[in-house]
Design a protein around this ligand. Structure first.
Ligand code: ADP
Ligand code: MN
Ligand code: MN
Ligand code: MN
Length: 341
C-alpha cells in the first residue's frame, strides 16, 4: 500500500467566470487509484459562493483522474460539485447537465496571457508598450518571448502529457506575453475535463515564477492594437466526418446563424471587446462562415471542402475565459436541430 495525494479540483460559484479550486487529502491504495475507488468529499461552500454560512457543506464527486508528476504519488481529481444529498448537482455544476456524445470530437485552442507585476511578460513594468505586434507570433529570441515564458509553456506541455491530457501543441501568440496550447478530446465531457485540468496545471505551475495566467479575452482593452484571447473550438461529429456533404453543411451553418445569440451567451464574458471585426475576428452581432477565413465566425478548413464537405469546423467565437463544458454542449445542441439523412 502507498499513500496517494489526492488533489480534488472543482469549479467554484463565482460569476460570470468560475475559479478553479483545489484541496488535497491522503488515502492509501495498492496502486494508482481508479476513478471508482475515489470517495466523495466535502468542502465549505460558503467560502466559494456555493452555499450560505449556516448550512455550508457541498460535496465533491470525482469524475476524472490524472496522474500528477510534480509529486510522489500525486493524483489530480476533477470533480463535480453536488448538493449535500450527494445526488443533486449544485446549480454551479455546469458539467452535470451538458450534452455528450463520444462521437463528437473537440479541439480547443486555448489562448492566454502570462502576467507579471500587473503587465504581460515583456511589457515595461511601469507602463508603456513593447514594439508593436508582428514578430511575436510563433517567434523566437529573447526580444520576442523573453526569458521564462518558454520554460513555463514547455514544462506545462510535459506536465499535461504526464497527466494523460491530450495536449496537442503550443505556440507563441500574436501579442507579446501571449501563448496558446491546444487540447483534443473525444466527447464533450472528456475534452472539457482535460481543458480545465490543463488550465489548473498551468496556473499552479506559474506560482513559482511569480507569474499569473490572465484568461480574460481582451486584457489590454479594445482601444489598443493588441490581440485578444480566444478559445477557438474545432468540432466534428461522426456524421460530419463520415457523411457530411454540402447540403448538410449549409443546413448546419443556417442553424448556427439562427442560434448565434445562444452561442455567444456561453462563449465567455466580455466577448464584445474581442469580437470587433478586427484582429482576425468577426463582429459579435454577425454570423458568417468562410473557407480558410480567419475573419469569419466559423472557419471552414480547406481539407473540409476538399473531402466533400466532410471533417471538422472551427468556431472562432468562443473566448479564452469560456467554460468548455458549456461551449461544447451548445455546439452539440445546435447540431442536434439539424436533420441527418
Ligand atoms: P489554427 O491555429 O490554424 O486555427 P490549430 O492547429 O491551433 O489551428 O488547432 C486545430 C485544432 O483542430 C486542433 O486542436 C485539433 O485537435 C483540432 N482538430 C483536428 N481534427 C479535428 C476533428 N476531426 N474534430 C475536431 N477537432 C479537430
Ligand atoms: Mn491555433
Ligand atoms: Mn491562436
Ligand atoms: Mn484557430
Amino acid at each position: 500500500m502507498a499513500k496517494y495525494k489526492l488533489e480534488y479540483i472543482w469549479l467554484d460559484g463565482y460569476e460570470p467566470v468560475a475559479n478553479l479550486r483545489g484541496k488535497t487529502q491522503m488515502k492509501e491504495f495498492a496502486s494508482f487509484p481508479k476513478l471508482e475507488e475515489l470517495p466523495m468529499w466535502g468542502f465549505d461552500g460558503s467560502s466559494t459562493r456555493q452555499a450560505e454560512g449556516r448550512s455550508s457543506d457541498c460535496m465533491l464527486k470525482p469524475v476524472a483522474v490524472f496522474p500528477d508528476s510534480t509529486k510522489k504519488n500525486g493524483v489530480l481529481v476533477m470533480c463535480e460539485v453536488m448538493m449535500p444529498d450527494m445526488k443533486t448537482p449544485h446549480p454551479s455544476n455546469s458539467r452535470a447537465t451538458i450534452l455528450d456524445d463520444p462521437g463528437a470530437w473537440f479541439g480547443f485552442e486555448q489562448e492566454y496571457f502570462l502576467y507579471k507585476d500587473g503587465v504581460p511578460l515583456g511589457f515595461p513594468p511601469g507602463g508603456g508598450f513593447p514594439p508593436p505586434q508582428g514578430e511575436y507570433y510563433t517567434g523566437v529570441g529573447y526580444k520576442n518571448v523573453g526569458d521564462v515564458a518558454r520554460e513555463i509553456v514547455d514544462t506545462h506541455l510535459d506536465l499535461c502529457l504526464d497527466a494523460g491530457i491530450n495536449h496537442e501543441g503550443i505556440n507563441a501568440e500574436v501579442a507579446k506575453g501571449q501563448w496558446e496550447f491546444q487540447i483534443f478530446g473525444k466527447g464533450s465531457k472528456s475534452a472539457a475535463d482535460q481543458m480545465w485540468m490543463a488550465r489548473y496545471i498551468l496556473m499552479r505551475l506559474c506560482e513559482k515564477y511569480k507569474v499569473d495566467v490572465v484568461w480574460h479575452c481582451k486584457p489590454l482593452g479594445k482601444d489598443v492594437d493588441w490581440n485578444g484571447s480566444g478559445m477557438h473550438s474545432n468540432f466534428s461529429t461522426t456524421y460530419m466526418r463520415e457523411k457530411g456533404g454540402k447540403e448538410y453543411f449549409e443546413a448546419l451553418m443556417a442553424a448556427f446563424d439562427k442560434y448565434k445569440n445562444e452561442h455567444i451567451a456561453v462563449y465567455g464574458p466580455d466577448n464584445h471587446l474581442r469580437l470587433t471585426g478586427l484582429h482576425e475576428t468577426q463582429s459579435i452581432d454577425k454570423f458568417n462562415y468562410g473557407i480558410a477565413n480567419r475573419g469569419a465566425s466559423v472557419r471552414v478548413p480547406h481539407s473540409f471542402v476538399n473531402n466533400g464537405y466532410k471533417g471538422y469546423l472551427e468556431d472562432r467565437r468562443p473566448n479564452s475565459q469560456g467554460d468548455p463544458y458549456k461551449i461544447a454542449s451548445r455546439i452539440l445542441q445546435t447540431i442536434a436541430t439539424v436533420p441527418t439523412k
